[in-house]
Design a protein around this ligand. Structure first.
Ligand SMILES: Nc1ncnc2c1ncn2[C@@H]1O[C@H](COP(=O)(O)OP(=O)(O)OP(=O)(O)O)[C@@H](O)[C@H]1O
Ligand SMILES: [Mg+2]
Length: 280
């Protein structure tokens, strides 16, 4: 198979284009010359062993670390913008650890997140009722019944959904989600995947993930990173059939690994990740 990065047909669709992205931490290149085209309407997964540079790539695109190269969305070069402007440009992200305000209610968390698009004046005005876009986000993430509960009392999965809701009320057109299903039950994972499919049609969603069952179930496109660079990109079947990908995960046995690349992946073992590749 080919493991070169293919440029998808972007006509009529929004997309985030990354070209030659490099992040240099005092001589250590955590991200090396990465090209990625992230297209609206596809669930794009970013996988790779611990330390591959996945989070750093997202940090660079969202203005948390300095990157060189190009990361453009619309006509804007994100690498030259401050992080709050990037949020306003419609790029949202979540972190590997949940960042909700635990003492505040679900509703208050959403209301604060929605504030990024409100003027200071409208923030000061007392508002009656709950804005429609907040109601809609609550409905979408399935937390309407829990809206007045402190976020700290939510189950782990529900907190992650609240974070996704916070991106919805920010009207994020691009969502970069850093290991959103880590620590979730199988049922929560399934619900999260379905949520991402529901909201993904008119958005560009990128999911960093280690859980290969989850990737297999929901990925439209998979990019594999290793040592800061893109190693391979393609469908899950293509990725699983890629011997170099097998090698970075398993460190051996490309022949055994190749057997799993026969097309149907319905009852395969998890092959593109070994226990050693999971975070502790
Ligand atoms: N601020 C920093 N300064 C120096 N090195 C850093 C910094 N942030 C990350 N790194 C290094 O960059 C590399 C990539 O880290 P990164 O967190 O992007 O990996 P990752 O693919 O997200 O891994 P994981 O799956 O464990 O979350 C690692 O070697 C890490 O130690
Ligand atoms: Mg990471």
């Amino acid at each position: 198979m080919s493991t070169t990065t293919r440029s998808p047909d972007t006509r009529g669709l929004d997309y985030l284009e990354i070209r030659g992205l490099t992040v240099d931490f005092d001589g250590f290149k955590a991200v090396k010359d990465v090209d990625l085209t992230l297209l609206q309407g596809r669930l794009h997964f970013l996988i790779g062993p611990n330390g591959a540079g996945k989070t750093t790539l997202v940090d660079a695109v969202t203005g948390l670390v300095t990157g060189t190269g190009l990361a453009s969305y619309g006509n804007q070069d994100l690498l030259t913008m401050k992080s709050h402007r990037i949020v306003r440009a419609g790029i949202g992200r979540t972190f590997q650890t949940a960042t909700v305000f635990e003492e505040l209610s679900v509703l208050q968390n959403l209301d604060i997140a929605g504030g990024v698009h409100r003027s200071a004046w409208s923030m000061l005005r007392a508002r009656r009722g709950v804005p429609t876009y907040v109601e809609e986000a609550l409905e979408t993430i399935g937390l309407t019944a829990l809206r007045d509960k402190p976020a700290g009392t939510l189950a782990h999965g529900q907190k992650q959904w609240l974070e996704i809701g916070m991106l919805l009320v920010q009207d994020a057109k691009v969502m970069l989600l850093d290991e959103p299903v880590a620590g979730m039950s199988a049922e929560e994972r399934e619900q999260t995947g379905e949520l991402l499919q529901r909201i993904g049609h008119d958005r560009t969603i990128v999911v960093i993930e280690h859980d290969m069952d989850f990737v297999r179930s929901f990925a439209d496109v998979v990019t594999v990173m290793h040592a800061g660079a893109v190693l391979a990109e393609g469908s899950i079947a293509e990725i699983q059939a890629d011997e170099r990908v097998q090698e970075i995960y398993l460190g051996h046995q490309p022949d055994t690994a190749a057997e799993t690349g026969s097309g149907s992946d319905a009852d395969e073992e998890t092959t593109v990740t070994g226990e050693g590749s999971h975070r502790a």
